[in-house]
Design a protein around this ligand. Structure first.
Ligand SMILES: *Cc1c(COP(=O)(O)O)cnc(C)c1O
Length: 374
């Protein structure tokens, strides 16, 4: 099976994890935690990195740090992983959904302003599938209405907007290290920021609002700690981040070259002002395309290729059900498909995948064209 996104683990991951086990440095007090936080925050051009248990807790910490509370509204894209909206709900606040841009698939900045009310406190731009959002426009709106900006960078480690690494542009950036993300620690997450107050708040909330005085707590916090063992993997993974980013970009280049003459498919784009990362190389099937998206997924599976639909709209699912229309996101969601995108994907694999996509008609259609049917 060619998987959608395999983690790539090397000798260093084993070596550093073994080091933790050998030295009994397992908890969040270990040196790998500090090293990982420094590596990732340096890489993201941020002063502070706050590791935590996963990308969802990173979002929750970020929202709490900027002061989101009950009754507040937070603007999020409709086309994203559910964690973006769930973290807003954890604060007893309300996510307000915005449609996508047709080409980048990101939150449509032209539609944000009409959703801003007296209750709006923050925007979470999600760099979806690794394409950075239009941050200048978002920051401008945030300044105009005094909103916080939390970049959800879970799918975009290594991406750049106008030569700035994602996670360093808004007030706080959040990352995920789930095994199918750009780098992995098994489970894990990180917040990045240049703001000392936010940093202090997140450090505190991550560990039950603990203080310097042992077992004295000055608030209701969480256990959102990463372990030293996980951080050890993270340090090893970060040593190869440049290789990972380039490999993913190279995969995308090969896919796009081989698929460019299939006119029923819309290929992913890269705007001139960004360096994107193709977390998952994802395409949209145009209407008409001989077979449905779900039939193509099935066909790929029959050929030993894992693929998956682009995210379902949050407003189509029970927790966030709404009758409001989001035509652009809806089209991408209904017709979009993510293809295998592992760092170690081989050119032959890509050729095989493209072969199946190009040969989608299969037998049935050819039969239809035989003269006796005319
Ligand atoms: C993966 C992901 C998250 C959540 O990360 P976890 O580590 O799985 O909690 C949040 N937002 C987006 C956009 C993601 O893709």
């Amino acid at each position: 099976m060619i998987n959608i996104s395999n983690p790539v683990l090397g000798k260093k991951e084993y070596e550093y994890v073994k080091d933790c086990l050998d030295n009994n440095t397992l908890s969040f007090l270990g040196d790998y935690i500090l090293k990982f936080e420094k590596n990732l925050s340096d890489y993201s051009n941020c002063k502070y990195g706050i590791s935590c248990s996963n990308g969802t807790s990173a979002l929750h910490l970020a929202l709490l740090a900027v002061g989101i509370q009950e009754g507040d509204e937070v603007i999020v894209p409709n086309l994203t992983f559910i964690a973006t909206a769930n973290a807003v709900r954890y604060c007893n606040a309300t996510p307000v959904f915005v449609d996508s841009e047709p080409l980048t698939w990101n939150i449509n900045v032209k539609k944000i302003e009409e959703e801003i009310t007296d209750k709006t406190k923050a925007i979470i731009p999600v760099h979806i599938y690794g394409h950075p959002c239009k941050m200048d426009e978002i920051i401008k709106l945030a300044e105009k209405y005094q909103l916080s900006v939390i970049e959800d960078c879970a799918e975009a480690l290594g991406a750049e907007y106008k030569n700035k690494r994602v996670g360093s542009i808004g007030d706080i950036g959040t990352f995920s290290f789930y095994p199918n993300k750009i780098i992995t620690t098994g489970e894990g997450g990180m917040c990045t920021t240049n703001n000392k107050e936010f940093y202090k708040k997140m450090i505190s909330l991550r560990n039950h609002c603990a203080t310097k005085k042992r077992f004295w707590f000055d608030g209701v916090g969480y256990n959102y700690r990463l372990t030293n063992i996980q951080a050890a993997m993270g340090v090893a993974q970060m040593e190869r981040i440049d290789i990972f980013v380039e490999a993913k970009r190279k995969n995308a280049e090969i896919y796009s070259e081989l698929l460019k003459d299939v006119k029923e498919i819309i290929l992913p784009i890269e705007e001139s002002y960004v360096k994107r990362i193709h977390w998952l190389y994802s395409i949209v099937l145009k209407d008409p395309y001989e077979i449905s998206r779900d039939e193509l997924i099935k066909k790929l599976r029959e050929n030993g290729i894992e693929s998956r639909p682009v995210f379902y709209l949050l407003t189509d699912m029970p927790p966030y059900k709404s009758d409001e229309k989001f035509p652009v996101a809806s089209n991408i969601s209904n017709r979009g498909i993510s293809l295998p995108s592992s760092v170690d994907l081989k050119i032959e694999d890509i050729k095989k995948i493209v072969g199946v996509i190009k040969n989608r008609r299969g037998k049935k259609q050819r039969q239809k064209r035989t003269p006796d049917r005319l």
